[in-house]
Design a protein around this ligand. Structure first.
Ligand code: SF4
Length: 351
């Protein structure tokens, strides 16, 4: 039996075969990634730390719902103590005197909020959320009465207290009051930072500088409060670099636990709304905003939890930008856009 003579290698054909194999492998890998992506999004896993997953894990899968309470507060840049008219993008009854606002009692609001959440969302547990206006802008003893009342309606099912405020409406007494609830509840303080640039803060009539934000951060440094910072992206005079710089400023404040990231939207009843109608200016499209987030999120500290990733306004109030989707579709569109760009929170954060 003679040895079989090896045939000369047909490199051209071999390369072609390898190339086809490579292409097939690539297609498979892309398909696997695509399926994994869809599965991740469908299962609620996102390329960033998101609040829904955080709540689920923290409260053992119970359905937790925020019940919004309007404490009939105002703001120092609306009532004249620092200015009038409020922040120019804000519509909170901008043209309605506070004395004319008719809102139900705190008890009625909490009771109906809980009932609605149970019926519509099968909610089991609740976080009482003092949201509209500045919810620490009153003497401490009055704040205590309001918070106590709201928390007393369904104490067995109330897990937390969330309070939205401004950096210039805090002092050690109010912080101590909020901390006094932490023996039985999770308490988060939501602070409007909006921009880190004083020029912007002046232009939007914020009535509060970034230095005041930083001194509030220092007051809160060693407290038991969980801190959430609220930002707005897309002021037409801010460049991309100016907006990306927010990330480093947030990262520096190690006690920030949550962020709410908003795009600038223009609403009826706001000063910006009046200006925009007269002379429209450039706002983010949904894809431009997703592109921006794809650059911002990798810069953000990986432990920070993102409570919200875009701004939400009532359809009847929204002037622009109208992205043409309901809220859930906007969320999915952004999440899928971030996935397709292989975004990972904190991947460009180098502590
Ligand atoms: S954005 Fe906040 S601080 Fe500014 S006016 Fe509106 S409620 Fe007040």
């Amino acid at each position: 039996m003679g040895d079989e003579v090896p045939r000369a290698v047909d490199w051209k054909q071999l390369c072609q075969t390898k190339k086809e194999q490579y292409n097939i492998n690539c297609v498979w890998i892309i398909m696997v990634i695509f399926v994994a992506m869809s599965t991740l999004l469908d299962s609620g896993v996102k390329p960033y730390n998101h609040y829904g997953a955080y709540l689920k894990e923290k409260y053992n899968g119970q359905r937790v719902f925020k019940v919004i309470v309007d404490g009939n507060f105002t703001c120092p840049n609306r009532d004249g103590s620092k200015g009038y008219g409020g922040c120019t993008y804000c519509n909170v009854d901008s043209f309605t005197p506070d004395t004319a606002r008719k809102i139900p009692s705190i008890r009625e609001q909490v009771e109906s909020g809980i009932e609605r959440a149970r019926k519509s969302y099968a909610a089991e547990k609740f976080i009482i959320y003092f949201q509209p206006n500045t919810n620490t802008y009153a003497p401490t003893h009055l704040l205590k009465m309001m918070y106590d009342e709201a928390l007393s309606i369904d104490p067995e099912n109330t897990l937390g207290l969330s309070v939205g405020t401004r950096p210039d409406c805090l002092d050690f007494e109010k912080i101590a009051l909020l901390e006094s609830y932490t023996d039985r509840l999770d308490v988060d303080l939501e602070m409007g930072m909006e921009s880190i640039h004083n020029d912007t803060l002046e232009r939007i009539n914020r009535g509060c500088s970034h230095d005041e934000f930083l001194s509030a951060m220092r007051m809160l440094e060693n407290t038991k409060l969980e801190l959430c910072v609220h930002t707005i992206f897309g002021f037409p005079w801010e460049t991309e670099d100016m907006m990306l710089a927010y990330a480093a400023e947030i990262n520096r404040q190690k006690h920030i636990k949550f962020v709410k990231l908003h795009h600038l939207h223009i609403v009826e009843g706001s000063i910006m709304g009046v200006k925009y109608k007269r002379e429209p200016f450039k706002l983010f499209t949904i894809d431009e905003y997703t592109d921006f987030l794809a650059k911002f999120i990798p810069l953000l500290r990986p432990d920070i939890i993102i409570q919200r990733i875009f701004g939400i306004a009532d359809r009847e109030l929204l002037i622009a930008p109208n992205w043409g989707y309901p809220k859930s579709k906007i969320q999915t569109h952004i999440d899928k856009g971030l996935e397709s760009r292989a975004v990972k929170q904190g991947s460009l954060y180098f502590g």
